[in-house]
Design a protein around this ligand. Structure first.
Ligand SMILES: O=C(O)C(=O)C[C@]1(C(=O)O)C=C[C@@H](O)C=C1
Length: 259
């Protein structure tokens, strides 16, 4: 994912435009991952506390995959944040040297526990059918794809915050020193951009998730169109959870920016 370019002088160039391009690209991954997950019912026994077992099937699956992915260097990439940090081993292979863009304290900003809860308790029931078909391994794999895509998007707030800070340190520094989260939230908010994001993801859900029944040239009857995931729900997921959580990450990052 292109994010930082090397300038002629060798220093890193970061722009709000390039960061937003990445967020737009990530929308495709998120919308597709929700569409994929929607083919399975809720299948709650896969992720609910399993009483006598120490973790749910999904928790076990995500933890084991994260351990494997860590061994090939996934979490050396500052865009990636694990859900089970305490289990993460070092990479087995020499790792790519990612450009240092973020403040070192960025490592301590990880809201994946919150993302996990929000996803299973609030988001998932909105776009999948209730029920249990027992297909837990495939469901867990789909949930992992959603969780990783959502987590990457939300934690991208660190990069957004960094570029906003670099563009106007004189505005941000007083609010950071005063630990004024309200002022920071106001500074980093662009309501028009948020509205555009919600409209665009609704359109993407309409386009990517349209049921294709037959190939005919007359596809003009809008009322007959059916979607795998309700496009309004996708827009709501962004408006109620993804954007607010991204902004939370931005604030958390900024609060540490002068440490
Ligand atoms: O694009 C930005 O400026 C962002 O901070 C990202 C984002 C978003 O989550 O989409 C969050 C806050 C802004 O109000 C607008 C959009």
């Amino acid at each position: 994912m292109a994010r930082v370019n090397e300038s002629n002088s060798g220093s890193d160039v970061l722009s709000l435009e390039s960061i937003r391009e990445s967020l737009i690209r990530q929308e495709d991954t998120i919308v597709f991952s929700l569409i994929e997950r929607s083919q399975f019912p809720l299948n709650s026994p896969a992720f609910e506390d399993s009483g006598n077992l120490s973790s749910s099937l999904t928790e076990f699956f995500v933890r084991e995959i994260e351990v494997l992915q860590a061994k090939v260097g996934r979490y050396e990439n500052p865009e990636e944040n694990p859900f089970f940090l305490e289990y993460i081993p070092h990479s087995v292979f020499p790792t790519h040297k990612y450009p240092t863009v973020l403040h070192p304290k960025a490592l301590s900003v990880n809201i994946n526990k919150r993302i996990w809860d929000v996803y299973f308790k609030e988001v998932l029931p909105l776009f999948v059918k209730p029920g249990d078909d027992g297909n837990y391994p495939s469901t867990a794999a789909s949930d992992l794809a959603c969780l990783q895509a959502l987590s990457r998007r939300i934690h991208y707030g660190k990069f957004v915050a960094e570029v906003k800070f670099r563009d106007a340190p004189q505005d941000y520094e007083p609010a950071i020193r005063a630990k004024d989260t309200e002022a920071l939230m106001k500074l980093l908010t662009f309501e028009k951009v948020e509205e555009m994001v919600k409209k665009r993801v609704q359109k993407k859900a309409e386009t990517f998730g349209q049921e294709v029944k037959c190939i005919s040239s007359d596809s003009s009857d809008e009322s007959e169109k059916k979607y795998k995931v309700d496009p309004l729900v996708v827009s709501r997921i962004y408006g109620e959870w993804l954007i607010p959580l991204t902004k939370l990450v931005e604030v958390e990052y900024l609060l540490r920016r002068l440490d």
